[in-house]
Design a binder for this molecule. Sequence first.
Ligand code: F6R
Length: 241
Amino acid sequence: MKIIVCKNYEEMSQKGAALIADVIKSNPKAILGLATGNSPIGIYRNLVAAYERGELDFAEVRSFNLDEYLPIDPTDPNSYCAFMHENLWDKVNMKSENCNIPSGKSVEDAEAECRAYDARIQAAGGIDIQLLGIGRNGHIGFNEPADALLMGTHPVTLTESTLIANGPLFDDPAKMPRHAVTMGLGGIFSAKKVLLVANGKSKHEAIRGMIGDEVTTSNPASLLKLHPDLTLICDEEAYNG
Ligand code: F6R
């Protein structure tokens, strides 16, 4: 594992964006695994700026997002789909058919949609670089701490810790869905490179658990130590507490 400790969020974002930009420059048809939340917003801002300067071309880039709430309509402003349109997809020259996110539309169809999503990732040839944030409890995607974790994309029940962390992001926190669909550990580990970004004191415990000696499903990010090409970019607060 490579660890890069930055002074602040902006430096973390610049370094994270540079790593993703290198992947796109070396392969204009790169397949990106993308995340939502506060952690990657600065990375997307830097990627959009590089595109606007003419340094990056997304015309042939494809992306697969990690997760989506369930149930939620993709046009709901609180959906992760809306987040991606706002922060990246609509700001660069990605083709809409190349922008993928698990469907959170219907609880009844969730299992079938998950199988179809995994098949699409496989058919695309797998992910070149997977961008991840980390939950305060060590979750990656919505793979929450548990006795066992699943390999494939699957529906999950969100934990209390995640409801508390993400509820305030909803116009009406009471309307936050209690479930989500997430890529599993198999999907994340199939990526050739994994980049996890974390900032702020609230992530310190999770980062300690991630980089410490234990590999445990009670901190799903700790399993990432087993990935052959993992980079952690975090700020001093997340690293030192
Ligand atoms: C989002 C996701 C989540 C977040 C995590 C951290 O797609 O997969 O695992 O990365 O909850 O969220 P932030 O970055 O908002 O602290």
